[in-house]
Design a binder for this molecule. Structure first.
Ligand SMILES: [Zn+2]
Ligand SMILES: [Zn+2]
Length: 332
C-alpha cells in the first residue's frame, strides 16, 4: 500500500498536489495556484490561474491587478485535475479558507493560517476530519495562550478615556487585524469616528464593499492635531514610530498582535500599550483542533514546529515538519 498522502509533495516554495498539477500558496509564480487567503506571504501575484474564495480573489485584485480567477465559494466542490477541492472557512481573515483535497480515497486538509476565536469580520473555522492535517504553528508553544479579545479591547478603551488630550495610536496589519479591531470596538459600543493612516484605506473600503460595516472612518490627512485628541487612530505597524505619527496629538502607542505576549517585541517597537489580539491559533486552539480533526498524520508548514510535533507524538499521531519558506510572521 502506498504511503499516506504520497500524492502531496511538500517543496520549500509550497505544497504541490501532483494529480491536480497545482500548488497550495506557492511563493513562486505557478501555472495553477490554490490560495488559502489574501495575506501577501500566501497570495502572491503572477500565477497563470488561481483558485480561491471570491473575497480572497477580490483582495488579490486590489493588490496585484486582475487575476485569471476561478472563484470557489465556501463548501462548493470543484474538480482540479483528478482532485476534488473544497474551500472551508478558516476564521483567519475575510475570505480565508482551509483547502480540503480528496483523491485516491484520502482526505488532506491544508489549514492555511487559522484561528478558533470569534471574529466579527469573517466566517468561523469549521473542523473537517481528515487523514492528513497540514497545519500552521505560528504560536505553537504552550506559552502562547491568547487572552479574551473583549478584555484587550476594554483595556484599549480604558486607556483612551483616561486622557482625552491624547489619542491612542493602534498598530495593526492592514488586512484583517485593522478591520477586526475596528469591528470589535464597535461591538463594545465605541461609535466615535476612528481615524486611519492612508495605507488602510483600500482594504477598509473593500471590507465594507464585501459586507463588513466599519462605522465612521476618517483619513488623518489634513486633520488638525487637536481634532484627533481623545480618538483612536489606526495605522500599519511600520508607521507606529515614523514621521507620520508626529502629526498626532501625543499618541499612546499601542499594537494589536499575538507577539505582544513577548515583552521584548513590544519594547522593540516602543509599544506602551501591548494588545494581545491574534489572527492565529494559540497553543490550546492548535491542539484542540488536531484532536477534533483526528488525523492519522499532522504535517506542520511553518511556525514553532518542535513543541507541536512533540505533542502529536505523545498523542500517537505521526507528525513531520515541512519547513516551507517565505511564510513570514507579518500577518499575526
Ligand atoms: Zn495570514
Ligand atoms: Zn501566514
Amino acid at each position: 500500500m502506498a504511503r499516506l498522502g504520497s500524492w502531496i509533495e511538500p517543496h520549500p516554495e509550497g505544497i504541490y498536489v501532483r494529480p491536480a498539477d497545482a500548488w497550495v500558496d506557492p511563493s513562486q509564480p505557478k501555472a495553477r495556484a490554490l490560495v488559502t487567503h489574501g495575506h501577501a506571504d500566501h497570495a502572491r501575484g503572477g500565477h497563470q490561474a488561481v483558485w480561491a474564495t471570491p473575497e480572497t480573489l477580490a483582495i488579490m485584485d486590489t493588490r496585484y491587478g486582475e487575476q485569471n480567477a476561478n472563484p470557489v465559494g465556501y463548501d462548493e466542490t470543484v474538480r482540479v485535475g483528478e482532485v476534488d477541492v473544497r474551500f472551508v472557512p478558516a476564521g483567519h481573515v475575510l475570505g480565508s479558507a482551509q483547502i480540503v483535497l480528496e483523491h485516491a480515497g484520502e482526505r488532506v486538509v491544508v489549514s492555511g493560517d487559522y484561528k478558533r476565536r470569534p471574529d466579527p469580520t469573517c466566517a468561523p473555522f469549521v473542523p473537517v476530519p481528515c487523514d492528513i492535517f497540514i497545519t500552521e504553528a505560528t504560536f505553537g508553544l504552550p506559552v502562547f495562550r491568547h487572552p479574551d479579545t473583549g478584555s484587550e479591547i476594554d483595556r484599549l478603551l480604558h486607556r483612551l478615556h483616561a486622557d482625552p488630550t491624547r489619542c491612542v495610536l493602534v498598530g495593526a496589519y492592514a488586512l484583517g487585524k485593522a478591520q477586526r479591531v475596528i469591528t470589535e470596538l464597535r461591538a463594545r459600543g465605541h461609535e466615535a469616528p476612528i481615524y486611519y493612516h492612508g495605507a488602510m484605506e483600500r482594504l477598509c473600503r473593500l471590507y465594507e464593499d464585501l459586507g463588513v460595516p466599519l462605522g465612521e472612518l476618517r483619513h488623518t490627512a489634513g486633520v488638525p492635531k487637536a481634532e484627533m485628541a481623545g480618538h483612536i487612530v489606526i495605522c500599519p505597524p511600520g508607521a507606529l514610530n515614523d514621521r507620520w505619527s508626529r502629526r498626532l496629538p501625543d499618541p499612546v502607542t499601542a499594537m494589536a498582535s499575538g507577539w505582544m505576549r513577548i515583552r521584548q517585541r513590544a519594547r522593540q517597537r516602543n509599544v506602551e500599550l501591548p494588545l494581545i489580539i491574534s489572527d492565529h491559533a494559540d497553543w490550546d486552539e492548535l491542539t484542540t483542533t488536531i484532536r477534533e480533526v483526528a488525523p492519522n498524520e499532522v504535517w506542520i508548514t511553518h511556525g514553532r514546529e518542535e513543541a507541536l510535533k512533540h505533542w502529536c507524538m505523545t498523542h500517537q499521531i505521526k507528525a513531520r515538519e515541512l519547513n516551507l519558506v517565505g511564510y513570514e510572521d507579518e500577518d499575526d
